[in-house]
Design a protein around this ligand. Structure first.
Ligand SMILES: Cc1cc2nc3c(=O)[nH]c(=O)nc-3n(C[C@H](O)[C@H](O)[C@H](O)COP(=O)(O)OP(=O)(O)OC[C@H]3O[C@@H](n4cnc5c(N)ncnc54)[C@H](O)[C@@H]3O)c2cc1C
Length: 455
């Protein structure tokens, strides 16, 4: 990077907000530690105008820009390569106020998800997108990955809650549509297009978010089953008989044992091989959960109806990612996939069997959002650059009619495998959209699509 560009970046955001060397290093590796890259600077703009100035400086120098929020992404999508400039969005963190009439708020792209949830609750509303990285993941990151999480079974993915965005395009121009019109069929849905775009089409600077009313009380049940097949068979019945169901999460015996060792606690129920964590929010959630007794294959259940007890049960599910990340000897290969619900149990048997045969010593950990058929398949043992394991697991997902990315995105981790879930025609359409909005390929090159600068 030329000294000239560094000077221009310092003018754009102020010298304090241009980080280099050791100060930038933490921005060049992902949360898992599997993906490590490089950059020449991290810049922290404090306004949309400053983002525009950074884009102009980088565009002038022909240097790629990697937007980064909380850097909690699990597919290496925010990890810069080569001489890229990291655009850290965390200073764009203004949230609210909540509009009590529309039930909406505007949030800066760098606002932590938990802060948006807090502001919404303070006004009698909820922002229902939720997952374990809530304190660090940002609104911009959740939009760029179209994040899912625990409540998709009731409220849908992030895209369902984004009413408008403000974003800076690759050429430094700004699109801004934060008026909050729920009905607005005036052409292409650019906000929807940016959901799941992984920093490759524009830099999101703010978003208008639709909230849901904060009504009812919560109860959570940890339900044990004889096996995964019984747990998955229960999902449809739970959705049908529990009108207030907000989460149906799957865990397996080995993952629960590892989490128990980490927490220094005993699993609240015994004798189960598979578990569902079921959350209900309604006027009488305990009454709804009483119907659990009739669920087939159920071994036992533990129920909590106060916030402390509910949080304790949720720890069993939310600690999985962190515990598996430490299982070693290397960072895990993480596969966030969706399967047709009817195939989930057969897929789990087959993936465990095939990995054991082809990679003796590897361990397969499976948990996920059962209500959506979304499994988090983690394989520990193989080294980070062993792509045979990726080919095996993702190839099997495709054979079962699933998607190779349920909610984490494609990033760098799955870029070579995109063709398993998308046709050549679809990828050509993606490439045309990318070329139209970012003709020089400077926004997050190599993520989602091949590096366009080389073609
Ligand atoms: C413990 C744990 C649990 C998790 N659970 C879930 C889960 O249940 N569901 C789920 O969906 N995800 C989950 N994740 C993954 C991750 O938290 C989400 O992908 C999240 O949306 C990333 O937000 P971020 O701000 O950290 O984005 P980053 O990691 O910083 O970036 C992710 C991608 O978004 C792009 N990006 C970031 N900000 C912007 C912006 N302002 N404009 C344009 N592009 C941008 C980046 O370039 C990158 O491609 C989990 C992660 C962890 C560590």
């Amino acid at each position: 990077m030329s000294a000239d560009l560094l000077d221009r970046l310092r003018v754009a955001v102020g010298p304090r907000h241009v980080l280099t060397g050791d100060l930038a290093a933490g921005h060049c590796r992902d949360w898992t530690g599997r993906f490590v890259g490089s950059c020449t600077a991290v810049v922290r703009p404090g306004s949309t105008d400053e983002v525009v100035a950074v884009m102009a400086a980088c565009g002038g120098a022909g240097v790629p820009v990697v937007a980064q929020g909380g850097n909690t992404g699990l597919v290496g999508g925010a990890v810069p390569q080569g001489e890229a400039v990291v655009l850290s969005m965390v200073r764009l963190d203004a949230v609210g106020p909540v509009d009590p009439v529309s039930g909406q708020l505007t949030a800066g792209a760098g606002s932590p998800l938990a802060r948006v949830q807090e502001v919404a609750r303070g006004a009698g509303w909820r922002y229902p997108v939720d997952f374990a990285a809530r304190d660090t993941a940002t609104i911009g990151g959740t939009i760029a990955t179209n994040a899912g999480g625990h409540h998709v079974v009731r409220y849908g993915m992030t895209r369902q809650h984004v009413v408008g965005v403000e974003a800076v395009l690759a050429d430094g121009s700004v699109i801004s549509r934060l008026g909050g019109l729920v009905k607005d069929n005036t052409g292409y849905d650019l906000a929807g297009l940016l959901c799941g775009s992984e920093g490759t089409l524009a830099v999101i600077t703010a978003a208008r978010l639709a909230l849901v009313p904060d009504v009812g009380t919560v109860a959570v049940a940890l339900v044990g089953f004889t096996d995964v097949a019984a747990a998955i068979r229960a999902v449809g019945g739970l959705r049908r008989t529990l009108p207030g169901v907000e989460a149906i999460e799957l865990m397996c015996a080995d993952g629960m044992a590892a989490v128990g060792a980490h927490l220094g606690a005993s699993i609240p129920i015994s004798g189960a091989e598979a578990y569902l964590l079921v959350e209900v929010v309604s006027t009488d959630p305990l009454d709804e959960l009483a119907t659990l007794d009739s669920v087939g294959g159920l071994v036992d259940a533990a129920v909590a109806s106060d916030a402390v007890g509910a949080a304790q049960l949720w720890r069993w599910r939310e600690s999985h990612t962190e515990v598996i990340n430490r299982a070693g000897p290397h960072p895990p290969h993480k596969f966030d996939v969706t399967l047709p619900l009817a195939s989930v149990a057969a897929f789990i048997d087959e993936v465990r069997g095939d990995v054991a045969t082809r990679h003796p010593g590897a361990r397969v950990w499976i948990f996920g959002h059962a209500g959506d058929g979304n499994l988090h398949v983690n394989v520990t043992g193989p080294s980070p650059d062993d792509t045979d394991i990726d080919a095996l697991v993702l190839g099997m997902v495709a054979r079962f009619g699933g998607s190779i990315s349920a909610e984490h995105g494609i990033g760098r981790a799955k870029q070579p495998w995109l063709h398993l879930s998308r046709s050549a025609t679809e990828i050509a359409a993606f490439t045309a959209i990318k070329a139209a909005l970012d003709p020089r390929g400077l926004l997050n090159p190599g993520v989602l699509l091949p590096d366009q600068r080389l073609s």
